[in-house]
Design a protein around this ligand. Structure first.
Ligand code: THU
Length: 133
């Protein structure tokens, strides 16, 4: 697993240079490891209509679904930026990570280097629909 997570961080770091971030100038790269053992990457893609921006984590997760189908599940996700300082997944991305990886490990750039934590710790009360009665 440790080796897998090292590969995942390398993939996220490698992706950053492909970010489209002309407005914030913060390039973000993400990589997901699926339960099938595949790695997919994503970058943030901004837009002149700022609200249309998509985060790197969600691009990586959507790519994984597009490649493996709706049963795709996450084992781990890594996210890094091209600037020093923390880059934890935003709240929206945490909710999407929960949907596909309720037990996923998340690795992100913290204030003093990489941090590794379960998604349940980053989003303890994720939203889910009530089961039909
Ligand atoms: N961003 C991500 O890619 N992931 C996050 O979890 C938070 C923010 C991007 C979106 C935007 O392009 C830039 O960082 C600044 O908000």
């Amino acid at each position: 697993m440790k080796k897998d997570l090292d590969r995942l961080v390398d993939a996220a770091r490698d992706a950053v240079c492909r970010a489209y971030a002309p407005y914030s100038r913060l390039g973000v790269g993400a990589a997901v490891l699926t339960t099938k053992g595949n790695i997919y990457t994503g970058v943030n893609v901004e837009n002149a209509s700022y609200g249309l921006t998509v985060c790197a984590e969600r691009v990586a997760i959507c790519t994984a679904v597009a490649r493996e189908g709706p049963a795709m599940r996450l084992k781990a996700l890594a996210v890094v930026s091209d600037q020093p300082g923390p880059c934890p997944p935003c709240g929206a991305c945490r909710q999407v990570i929960c949907e596909f990886g309720p037990e996923a490990t998340v690795i992100f750039q913290g204030p003093d280097g990489l941090e590794e934590t379960p998604i349940t710790q980053l989003l303890p009360a994720s939203f889910s629909l009530p089961s039909p009665s």
